[in-house]
Design a protein around this ligand. Sequence first.
Ligand code: GDP
Length: 481
Amino acid sequence: ETISVGELANRMAVRQGEVIKTLMKMGVMATAAQSIDADTAELVVNEFGHRVKRVSDSDVELGLENITDREEDLKPRSPVVTVMGHVDHGKTSLLDALRTTTVTDAEAGGITQHIGAYQVSMPSSDRKVTFIDTPGHEAFTAMRARGASVTDIVVLVVAADDGVMPQTIEAIKHAKAANVPMIVAINKIDKTGANPDRVRNELLNHEVVVESMGGDTQEVEVSARQREGLDELLEGISLQAEILDLKANPNRPAQGAVVESRLDRGRGSVATVLVQKGTLKRGDIVVAGAHWGRVRALLDDRGRQIQKAGPSVPVEVLGMTGVPDAGSLFVVVENENRAREISEFRQRKIREKATAMQVAARGTLDQMLARIQAGEQKEVALLIKADVQGSSEALAATVEKLSHEEVAVRVLSTSVGQITESDVQLAKASNAVIVAFNVRATTQARGLAQRDGVDIRYYSIIYQVADDVEKLVKGKIAPKH
Ligand code: GDP
């Protein structure tokens, strides 16, 4: 939803120059021909003492994802697990091993197909665990960036012969930023040279304290290759799930997230979705992102036709009109007209957004301010990178003190070194601003930040960081220089 500065001035019957000046005071540089988003426009309108009646997203989308459930309607659901860790530490091997733990030989032939997620039964009960079958934090981050938070628990795989490596650290940051609990799987314990205790110690440097060292992060020693420790890992997941008390209402129209999708030559659009609430049935009308369709068939993770899928159940959906992006949210709506209306609305919004992005690459600091003022965001999220450990810690301590009862300052991570693409992805997924203290960004990171509209702010004096953050917390921010 955007409006040009000129048009906004027109509707308020004020001069364009006045609007441009007001925008400048808010830190937004725009000419009359440029477009601004609805949040910013609303702020401007308020500045002029007008009230806005928003005819926006909500009219078309109202009620779609917002039906809340009554406590008594909630039933326990399976945990959804993502496996992360450094390359070659055994993520894929572990997922493969887990996948076949509870499968009998007779079934084994039918489970070769990969749909992006699968379920495993617990060894000691009839409860299940759902695994996202795309290891690594890229998929996890991409999903979060689209607004889908499907993961309940992260399994962090660390090879016992290699220890904590850069992507291990990144995975820890991503899990922490998403507030998702971790279970450490110390893998390859069958190898000579395996040293699980070294892994435990190295994790301490990254504020991950495992249970055997007095912390509260579960750790399990496994060998994906020898299929050792898998039951223990599943038990650990089950225990963590109990602590999280995961529940959903199965008796309502379904909603959830797209995990994977593709165009199949014979079957058309094939989307793997993870149901998060409600029950998805054959014949349901579904909207996913800007696409819609009537569910022609549902296939489970072993390729079997099923009639319906409840919460935490991954299922392949046939019958969509297009291929929705992984991470798109899907909902069941009452009829085709409604589905068509929503998907057309969203397609229009996508086009408008693309145009608006070209017009002005505005910093997320301003967007954050708009969201805070609109009451949509209650925190200032920061990712701090500095030249030395001491500075990053000092910065984190300083800015966290600036938290206010209504707007919290949240430091997602502090680290040392130049800003990488992974930092930008993390910031984007968490709506965070990157604070660069005496460090620079790599060319790739700068490019990605520009493309995705992530704000990287460069500083060399701590109080200037504190100043900006304080302004943000107080709902006032100086123009970007
Ligand atoms: P990913 O990159 O994290 O998905 O790692 P892979 O699952 O592809 O594993 C990388 C390599 O480590 C492969 O050659 C695996 O066979 C090997 N590997 C994985 N798990 C184990 C294990 O438990 N023990 C041993 N010895 N090798 C393993």
